[in-house]
Design a protein around this ligand. Sequence first.
Ligand SMILES: [Zn+2]
Length: 182
Amino acid sequence: MPELTAFVREVVLPGGPDVVPRLDRSACRFKLRHGRSRIDRWGLFAAESIPARRRVIDYTGEKVGRKEAARRSLRPRLFFYRVSKLRSIDGAVGGSGAEFINHSCEPNLVARVRKGRVTLVSLRPIGRGEELFLDYQIAGDVPMLACRCRAPSCRGYMNRPPRVEMRPRGAPPRRPSAPYLR
Ligand SMILES: [Zn+2]
């Protein structure tokens, strides 16, 4: 087999269209499975019931800086979780399977970020067989991505909603909070 160039190995292959979820059991606190999603190809599902406010799965992957994330953004599919303005976790390389969790505007999971580690926690009890969802709240200088979650409160896009500014006249604008997502 010919040796792959770094570009093919690091940029092209991990985001290919044929990528199939692989669950890393050591990152899961509950029984989960992957399956076909009504929203977007693959999704992750609860294979047992999960109580509220419990750690469900860690979002793992290769930690990359802004420059490397931009290089990898040529891929057709992206699995980045942005932990700060400078750092992202690339779930396409060493991902736990959490990178296949789809977006919904009415999620049943929320992300907790501590010291660069990302854990997804249940927002409410999740029944066996339910698909897991996260509100991506895509931040940063990226185009608006249409949402197809079909939740009653769907806001129509997966990006972080713009903040409503409530400040007295003449006061300086508030600085945006830390960005949160891939
Ligand atoms: Zn939506």
